[in-house]
Design a protein around this ligand. Structure first.
Ligand code: UD1
Length: 342
């Protein structure tokens, strides 16, 4: 039974990945500081998989604690590093918080991973590294544009840090997964997205509006150069995204990687506009959504959707769920946590 460390394992993508890892027979240890997650998520994971993962509440910024943790767990075969802050607006207001949370912690992790006998590392990157790409769909070779926010910059610099470290450490094997827009929830409705405060992302804002927690969704701009004027993104079901982590990890565990630092887009390849997402929600939920057109949001790119060929052919992974599937699971989850009857 291989032991895998998942940092940020109680968060949205982390918890779904822990479920997939445990379902494939891995022993999982979760580190999470609970800054943007709840300890109750462990129970959800147990309810789905029948197995309680080991959990340590630990702040990765505390270098000495990280060192102690790895002294105790030197038999880890792979690390999936989700732990990071991800609110774009907050990162603009408090850049040092983001550089410290997302980069110091990455450095401390890498130092420890280098000392393991199996130095396998999966990094949560983002399509934000491409900025507004010139060509759609976006391939992994698209140029990295200057970051729009400190958050985006931490993903770019994070990749650079890993790449530079890989160059001089043959034993380190790393994959950066560049996520497009993860949405949805586990079909069991035992785990899902739990934004603290007002959701910044589209789908939780939609489901919270439908659940009566928010009055009205603001659609940020309908005068973009897209068919219906609203921005286009590649929305991927979080379970599909979670499975991509298992496949990427196994590529490293089985020594199948072609170089010791690789990047993959993880998306569906399908671009959907904000209005299409709303229509999908209305379609699967059978209710109409209260929304209005509002001014553009600063920093939004017009469109971003993935060319998934590299992940499909080299990783042997592809997204299976449609936008409707993902929206239905997001709605079921919202109804479950708000005790809304069908
Ligand atoms: C954003 C970040 C991305 C980050 C992700 C994680 C940018 C440009 N990208 O993705 O790097 O990884 O968050 O949280 O900031 N929208 C509305 N009304 C809302 C909310 C969103 O119309 O209330 C629209 C947005 O304008 C956008 C789309 O919905 O067109 C998706 O927005 P969101 O869910 O915030 O994701 P991104 O902005 O794509």
């Amino acid at each position: 039974m291989k032991k895998i460390l998942v940092t940020g394992g109680l968060g949205f993508i982390g918890s779904h990945t822990v479920v997939e890892l445990q379902s494939e027979g891995y022993d999982v240890i979760i580190i999470d500081d609970l800054s943007n997650s709840s300890v109750d998520v462990i129970e959800g994971i147990k309810a789905i998989t029948g197995k309680l993962p080991i959990f340590e509440k630990l702040d990765l910024k505390e270098k000495a604690s990280v060192e102690r943790f790895f002294q105790k767990h030197s038999d880890i075969s792979g690390v999936i590093h989700f732990a990071a802050s991800k609110a774009v607006g907050e990162s603009i207001e408090n850049p040092l918080l983001y550089y410290e949370n997302n980069l110091n912690t990455l450095i401390y992790m890498l130092k420890e991973v280098l000392n393991l006998s199996a130095s396998n590392f999966i990094f949560s990157s983002s399509c934000t590294v491409y900025g507004q790409a010139d060509e759609m769909p976006i391939t992994e070779n698209a140029p990295i544009k200057p970051a729009e926010s400190p958050y985006g910059n931490t993903k770019q610099i994070g990749e650079e840090i890993i790449k530079d470290t890989c160059k001089v450490n043959d034993n380190l094997n790393a994959i950066a997964l560049r996520y497009f827009n993860p949405i949805g929830a586990h079909p069991s409705t035992k785990i899902g997205e739990l934004p603290i405060g007002v959701p910044q992302n589209l789908v939780p804002f939609i489901t919270q509006t439908a659940a009566g927690l928010r009055e009205c969704l603001s659609v940020f701009g309908n005068d973009y150069t897209t068919p219906d004027g609203t921005c286009i993104r590649d929305y991927i079901h979080v379970v599909d995204l979670a499975k991509a982590h298992v496949v990427a990890l196994e590529r490293l565990l089985n020594d199948n990687n072609q170089s010791n630092f690789e990047t993959f887009n993880v998306g569906t390849g399908v671009g959907s506009s904000v209005l299409e997402v709303i229509r999908s929600f209305e379609n699967v939920s059978g209710q109409s959504l209260n929304y209005k057109i509002a001014p553009r949001r600063e920093g939004d790119v017009v469109k971003a959707y993935a060319n998934t060929k590299k992940a499909n052919t080299i990783l042997g992974w592809e997204a299976k769920s449609s936008l409707d599937d993902a929206m239905l699971s997001a709605w079921k989850w919202e109804k479950n946590i708000r005790n809304i009857e069908d």
